[in-house]
Design a protein around this ligand. Structure first.
Ligand SMILES: NC(=O)c1ccc[n+]([C@@H]2O[C@H](COP(=O)([O-])OP(=O)(O)OC[C@H]3O[C@@H](n4cnc5c(N)ncnc54)[C@H](O)[C@@H]3O)[C@@H](O)[C@H]2O)c1
Length: 309
């Protein structure tokens, strides 16, 4: 492990909002940012894994109090926020009231309501969209004018392998997580002129979310603390990455991008039959000469070129 440049990657003077900071990955993020000098707004509603209310007999208001206590004990500065990301603007309001600025938004709060699609009720679908997709929208939308005004900002979203590849029983969750990827890509384009960079991670780590989904012997080695350094680097001024997606977990870090086959073009002036598609199916699916389009312009340009065929 390399600590020699640790002083370089600090967040002194910065205000960082981390949602879902009461458990798992969010707590690890909040602690790391605070240990690197940031003032942290640690948000958490304190719900169960499925978004239902936590045990009402619990004395403390939210597990995020523990996060704040741990940060304070280590000499850091953090305040707790107990709002749902469903009313994310309140979290940003508190950050502005208490610290007068906001530099980094880490959208991390999440729940799962796993059910096979034929058993998935509308409520399971809607709550997952509201927390992951709309919650991240509301927090980020409220922070956006402040980031634009100061001409700098970092936003990090949290996806999942489920959103990239699909996963049995997670239609609601994978749709929301894939939606966050689209949101990241568009905000990266829109924020660029104002020096706002937006990226997204698809993590894998030991938390209650993985309970029952992975053998304990693997799970306990997949510490959230192995994920947070990548999150922090993506949110540091020195990192100019924008619109990128990373898979991260178990001490492994990798960038993910779209890949498109070389494709097959037909003269557009001619009629195309279903049989034409079927006959060229192999070529359409051939990745031997793959392309990696970076944006919609690059993606669309090959179609425009085909007009000249
Ligand atoms: N654990 C994994 O392997 C894994 C894999 C892929 C993606 N993720 C994603 O990583 C993020 C963190 O998950 P985790 O594994 O740490 O889970 P976790 O359950 O330990 O933590 C999530 C936290 O979000 C909070 N939360 C839920 N709904 C909220 C709301 N409406 N407002 C504010 N806070 C709310 C919860 O109270 C909880 O403390 C999530 O977005 C999750 O989807 C995790």
């Amino acid at each position: 492990m390399n600590n020699s440049t640790e002083n370089r990657y600090r967040f002194d003077g910065k205000v960082v909002v981390v949602t879902g900071a009461g458990n798992g990955l969010g707590r690890s993020h909040a602690k790391l940012f605070a240990s690197l000098g940031a003032r942290v707004v640690a948000n958490d509603l304190g719900v169960n894994r499925d978004g239902s209310a936590a045990d009402s007999s619990a004395i403390r208001q939210s597990p995020v109090d523990d996060t704040v206590a741990e940060i304070t004990a280590a000499g850091g500065l953090a305040v707790a926020n107990y709002d749902s990301v469903e009313v994310g603007e309140r979290i940003i309001e508190q950050a502005m009231d208490q610290f007068g600025q906001i530099d980094v938004v880490v959208n991390n709060a999440g729940i799962i309501r796993d059910k096979s699609f034929h058993k998935m009720e509308l409520e399971d679908w809607q709550l997952v969209q509201r927390v992951h997709l709309e919650g991240a929208y509301r927090v980020t939308r409220a922070a956006w004018p402040h980031l634009r005004d100061q001409g700098a900002g970092k936003v990090l979203f949290t996806a999942s392998a489920s959103g990239l590849y699909g996963n049995f029983g997670q239609a609601n969750y994978s749709a929301a997580k894939a939606g966050l990827f689209g949101l990241t890509r568009t905000l990266a384009v829109e924020g660029a002129a104002k020096n706002i960079q937006c990226n997204i991670i698809a993590p894998m780590l030991d938390s209650r979310m993985l309970e029952g989904l992975m053998p304990d012997e693997y799970r306990k080695q997949m510490k959230p603390e192995l994920v947070s350094p990548l999150a922090a680097f993506l949110c540091h001024d020195e990192c100019l990455e924008n619109g990128s997606l990373y898979e991260v977990g178990a001490g492994w870090y990798a960038k993910v991008r779209w890949q498109r086959s070389d494709g097959f073009g037909m003269p557009p002036a001619e009629e195309v039959s279903v049989a034409d598609i079927a006959e060229n199916w192999t070529a359409i699916n051939n990745f031997e000469q793959a392309h990696f389009p970076k944006d919609t312009l690059e993606a669309g340009s090959i179609m425009l070129q085909n007009l000249n065929r």
